[in-house]
Write a protein that binds this ligand. Sequence first.
Ligand code: FE2
Length: 245
Amino acid sequence: MLDMDENYDAFDDYVMSFDLEEDMIAYKYNHTYRVVHQAEEICRSFNLDTEERDLASLIALLHDIARFKQWSIYKTFSDKDSFDHGDEGVNILFEENLIDKFKLKEEDKKILKTAIKYHNKPLLPNDLSIRETLHSKIIRDADKIDILYAFSTNKLLKVETEDEEISSKVKEEFFKNEPVLKKSVKNKNDRIIMLISLVFDLNYEYSKKRILNEKYLDKILSHTKNKDMFKEYITEAKKYLRKDE
Ligand SMILES: [Fe+2]
């Protein structure tokens, strides 16, 4: 069993080297612990053993490690305008050796590395091992649950609607029940649709249920100005989440 308390301390020590007074740094710190909690809940939902659960927690704890550096240097969380934060996370951990501060079994390092590298990529490679796939899927779901939660609180991810039409490519991808691609996004409303479309990339029943039960999608809709424009998307996303019930 990993000593998770020591791992939390090591993470806190690292984050303390950044300015937690900055809202965005504090936001990522809090996001991280919420994602750890969701990753644990996913593991519980299919009775994974403690060792697997501890590894999932550690992956969640470290998945956004590059965000602190990213904000400090570039003042943005846009990977396009800075660096890929999955790749940079692996770099900080394994090239700059931050991983040495964390308790983790030698044989689990590759799994953690893969899960962090691919947590923010559109697709997972199909040549991953069973455990690499499992842990990649857990962190991808846990992260998306929290992005939708944050979006539903409308605190940091301000929903800004204008009169712009949703682009036809975005609409097409969405109604195929596929995650909207970044490159299809042309305006702010498209971006909202892209966020809602994260539901199409969820892997586990727990995640789908969490989003429905906590009413994240209805809350997102309630923050929009042009409800008529977004309603059909929210309805479609909820229909998709209920499909396997
Ligand atoms: Fe994240």
